[in-house]
Every structure is written in structure tokens, then in C-alpha cells.
Design a protein around this ligand. Structure first.
Ligand SMILES: O=C(CO)[C@@H](O)[C@H](O)CF
Length: 535
């Protein structure tokens, strides 16, 4: 007797280092999780942490066919494990924000006529005019950023229009660079997707629209009316609107999964595809963020984000259209030196062991006896700085710290930066503030204890570190009823509540108040002017 059909929903995450998938049942319980790690499972692409850092140390890309092949592999893994795709009622997904994919002229015809006998990476190998997609770690478009801000009347004006000042990783500036350096490649490109809408296009076997939320990470979309800004488009490249297509609300049902997936994997013809969005916005959905909460994602990038009702564009940080409620917004601060920085210090100071790393945090005192550090192996976004800078309790620069002091200085510094820059943007740590942590490092209780002490707030986590995948599975369910104006919160009220993990150490707030002030003052000594830095 065949097992009863257990309707389920999928959430995909095309992130920097891996492709992840989660399946949940109608009771929102996780029934399947899997991933393909790009470096380990696709060694033929020879990426490091999922990317190529070019010789100029500014340009950072990822091979688009690696993402395509990762999807082939994870679907085959699921099929071999007996996963029944016919039970999937709907799915949505996320992609690393700001990255872009360039479809070559004629690709839409190839997408429409995929043979289910072959894997996607063979069928699509001639479909991309740019084989190495620019990704969010890139910082090579300083001149394009200057031109864009000049074209629209300055940095704050651009922030008022698009939610951010010109950012080197943002897609409009990346497109401008490709157009200026390779106009013939740009001319051969019939469609430009974000990583999120590229992934949705694979499942639709047709170009998927960009959603409002991920679209607001491009320096091209007007966050007030969700329309492309003509001034910004024209400042980046000619005929750009036609290559981008129109945008859609993040809860839109884009259509049904394509015949390729029905015939090759057994998806139901009724399986719906809900608009894909950015990874951080998907995490906001996955963590059931409430007003007053602060979310911190500890992944390849560390990001701090929160749900806001009104846009407050500034010269630092970003305002995106909200992925769950298209009348609301989300604020985000991005810190590029996240997990890769923690892993490098773990390798150098804890013999590559997280247990040793945690022991070092346990055996060093809150506040680290006044030792402070700034750890930026790659050019940091918040603040704009690079290099390793250590200061002793007298604010004197020192060349090194003992290993366990180095470990605490790294973690305290990463979290003090988050609190300082969040409060600079007006985000208040209130008595009822909850810190919701996600991402790989959210599994480390000692790291979360430092987070709680620095923010003087309790830290909660959800059952999986893959909040972006989970958020997309939730959004898949919501997409099926979004027309009835049911809120996501209503749809996921049965989902597990975030779980309290740590509370602040007694006296920590009194210790960190003067340290936060010192850290903010010392940070001014390590930041640089990005333009002069590159010239
Ligand atoms: O650039 C970022 C956010 O603005 C990063 O967090 C990427 O989304 C990571 F994939």
C-alpha cells in the first residue's frame, strides 16, 4: 500500500558556499534537509568558499554553471534518498543578495525546450554571456558607484530613492561595470537575473521576475513605489529595463514547476513556484521576526536586520522592501568579515577546533581586560576598513594578543561593531528587545553568550541554522493564500517559537558601555575613504 501523500513544501537557498534545501510538512515540521557544498562536492570548479577572489583582490565572482550543477546534484541526492517530489505542493527559494546572472541571447528558447533525459548543467552550458557571475563579496565598482551617485544628485538622494547609497556589491553598479568593460557581452545579454530570480527561472524553465525585496538590493528600484528608477537605470547601462523585466511582490505565485522537473524528478504538475528572494530577507521570514526584535545572521557575511514600518534611508546600512509585507520594510547592516574571519582565527589560535575556540571564550573575562580588536581579512563593508588592528587597555596599538585573548577580541569586536552601527542608525536596544540569532555560528553557545553580553539582551535561536531555507518554505505556503490577504504570521503561527539560549552575564552592561565608546572612537582610526584607497 503506497504511503499516504504527505503534502510538503520546499525552501531552497542558493547561498555563497552551498546550495541548501529544507522540506516541511503541513504542521510546519522539518521532514528533510540537504545541501551541496560547492568547494567539497563540486571540486572541478576549484572555488574557495564558493567564490573566486581575483588577482586585484577586489573582484569576486562565482561560476554560474556551478550553481546549475549543484541543483542537478541535490535533486539526484533527494531522488536517490527516496524523496517523493509528487508530494510537494509549492516551493520558494532564496539567493545570495546582489549577485547577478547574464542570460545569453536565445537562452529563453533553450530553457523552454529542455530534454528531461539530460542534466541542467549540460543543457544550459551555452546559455550565459557571463560565465563568472559577480557576487556580493565584490568591491571592484568604486568608480561606477561614484558615477551613479553623481548622476542622481548625491549619495543621500540615491539612498532616498533606492534605500541605499551606491554600494560596490549592488547589482546596478556591477551591470554598469560589465557594460563599460565588455559592451559586446552586454549587447549579447537578453536577460539579467539576480541569483534568486535565476534560481526560480531554472524551476520555471522561463525567465522569472525579480521580487520587490531582492530587487531593492540593486541601487535601481524605487523602494516607495517598487518601480525601476529611470535615472538609476540610465546611469548604469542603456536598455536595462528590458533586460531586467518587471518586478513582483515577494509573495507572488510565478507559475507551476516546468515539465522538465515533472518528467525528470516526478514533481506534480500542480506544484507552484512562489517568487524567490534574497537570503537575509528569507531569514527574516524564517525567524518569525516581530516588531522590536533584532535578527543577527552569522553566516559567510554577518548581517543584522530588523522589521521596520517606515523607510529611514541613511548613508550607512540598507533599507529593503519587506519580503513578507509589501507595505513594510526591512533594515539591514552587512559585515563582510563573518564566518571566514572566525574560521581563520579558529585555525590560527584554536588549532582549527571550535571546542578549543569555545574554551578560550570561557576562560577569558567579559570585556577582555580592555583589549580591543578589529579583524578585517577582506575589505569590510561596515565600516569601510581593512586589515587587523589590535589595541591594549591604554589604546596603544599592539602587534599581537595571546591566543585566547585574540579569540575574545575577535568575537567581542564583531558584536560591538554590530551594536554601535545599529544604534547609530537609530535602532534602540529596549528592555524587551530579543536578539534572534541564525546562521552557522548560532550553534555555538559561547559565541552567543558574548552576543548577549554585548547587546545586554537575551538571545534566541530557532531549531535550524538554515533560517533562509525555512523562511522560503514558509513563504511557499503563504504564497498559496497571499491573495486572500492572510498574513505570513497567521500561516506560520504553528511554527516552533524561537528558543531562549542565553541571557546577559550579570554586570556585563556596565562593563561594555565604556568599551563600546572606546571601540567607536578607535574605529575612526582604522576606517579609510574607499575611493582614495582604490585610486
Ligand atoms: O551582501 C549581503 C547583504 O547585503 C550579504 O549578506 C549577502 O546577502 C550574503 F549572501
Amino acid at each position: 500500500m503506497a504511503a499516504p501523500a504527505v503534502p510538503c513544501y520546499l525552501g531552497w537557498d542558493f547561498s555563497t558556499q552551498q546550495l541548501k534545501v529544507i522540506a516541511i510538512d503541513e504542521q510546519l515540521r522539518v521532514i528533510y534537509e540537504d545541501n551541496i557544498h560547492f568547494d567539497k562536492d563540486l571540486p572541478e570548479f576549484r572555488t574557495h568558499c564558493g567564490v573566486y577572489v581575483h588577482n586585484d583582490k577586489l573582484t569576486v565572482t562565482s561560476p554560474v554553471l556551478m550553481w546549475v550543477k549543484a541543483l542537478d546534484m541535490i535533486l539526484e541526492k533527494m531522488k536517490s534518498s527516496g524523496f517523493n517530489f509528487s508530494h510537494v505542493r509549492a516551493f520558494s527559494g532564496a539567493g545570495q543578495q546582489h549577485g547577478s546572472v547574464y542570460w545569453k541571447e536565445g537562452a529563453s528558447q533553450i530553457l523552454k525546450n529542455l530534454s528531461p533525459d539530460l542534466p541542467l548543467h549540460q543543457l544550459l552550458k551555452a546559455c550565459f554571456s557571463v560565465s563568472d557571475s559577480p557576487v556580493w563579496m565584490d568591491s571592484s565598482t568604486a568608480s561606477q558607484c561614484l558615477s551613479l551617485e553623481k548622476a542622481v544628485g548625491g549619495a543621500q538622494h540615491l539612498a532616498n530613492i533606492t534605500g541605499s547609497r551606491a554600494c560596490e556589491r549592488f547589482t546596478g553598479n556591477q551591470i554598469a561595470k560589465i557594460y563599460s568593460q565588455n559592451p559586446e557581452v552586454y549587447a549579447q545579454t537578453e536577460r539579467i537575473s539576480l541569483v534568486s530570480s535565476f534560481a526560480a527561472s531554472l524551476f520555471l524553465s522561463a525567465y522569472a521576475p525579480i521580487d520587490y525585496c531582492d530587487g531593492s538590493g540593486m541601487n535601481l528600484l524605487q523602494i516607495c513605489d517598487k518601480l525601476w528608477s529611470t535615472a538609476c537605470l540610465n546611469a548604469c547601462a542603456p536598455g536595462l529595463e528590458e533586460k531586467l523585466g518587471h518586478t513582483v511582490p515577494s509573495s507572488s505565485v510565478l507559475g507551476s514547476v516546468s515539465p522538465y522537473f515533472i518528467q525528470r524528478y516526478g514533481f506534480s504538475p500542480d506544484c507552484k513556484v512562489v517568487a524567490f528572494t534574497g537570503d537575509n530577507p528569507a531569514s527574516l521570514a524564517g525567524m518569525k521576526l516581530e516588531e522590536g526584535d533584532i535578527a543577527i545572521s552569522l553566516g559567510t557575511s554577518d548581517t543584522l536586520f530588523l522589521w521596520i514600518q517606515e523607510p529611514t534611508p541613511a548613508l550607512e546600512g540598507h533599507i529593503f522592501c519587506n519580503p513578507v509585507d509589501s507595505q513594510a520594510y526591512m533594515a539591514l547592516l552587512c559585515f563582510k568579515n563573518g564566518s571566514l574571519m572566525r574560521e581563520r582565527i579558529r585555525d590560527d589560535c584554536a588549532s582549527g577546533s571550535w571546542d578549543e575556540f569555545s574554551k578560550a571564550l570561557k576562560c577569558t573575562v567579559v570585556g577582555n581586560n580592555g583589549n580591543l580588536g578589529f579583524y578585517f581579512d577582506v575589505i569590510e563593508i561596515t565600516p569601510e576598513a581593512v586589515g587587523i588592528h589590535r589595541f591594549n587597555r591604554d589604546d596603544n596599538k599592539v602587534p599581537n594578543f595571546p591566543k585566547e585573548v585574540e579569540i575574545r577580541a575577535l568575537i567581542e569586536g564583531q558584536f560591538m561593531a554590530k551594536r554601535i552601527h545599529a544604534e547609530k542608525l537609530g535602532y534602540k536596544i529596549m528592555p524587551r528587545t530579543r536578539i534572534l540569532a541564525t546562521g552557522g555560528a548560532s550553534c555555538n553557545k559561547e559565541i552567543l553568550q558574548v552576543l548577549s553580553d554585548v547587546f545586554s539582551a537575551p538571545v534566541y535561536t530557532i531549531d535550524t541554522a538554515n533560517s533562509a531555507c525555512l523562511g522560503c518554505a514558509y513563504r511557499a505556503i503563504h504564497g498559496l493564500v497571499a491573495e486572500t490577504s492572510v498574513s505570513l504570521a497567521d500561516v506560520v503561527k504553528l511554527a516552533p517559537e524561537p528558543r531562549l539560549v542565553v541571557t546577559p552575564t550579570a554586570g556585563a552592561d556596565q562593563l561594555y558601555q565604556p568599551l563600546l565608546k572606546r571601540y567607536a572612537e578607535l574605529e575612526q582610526k582604522v576606517v579609510y575613504c574607499p575611493i582614495s584607497f582604490h585610486l
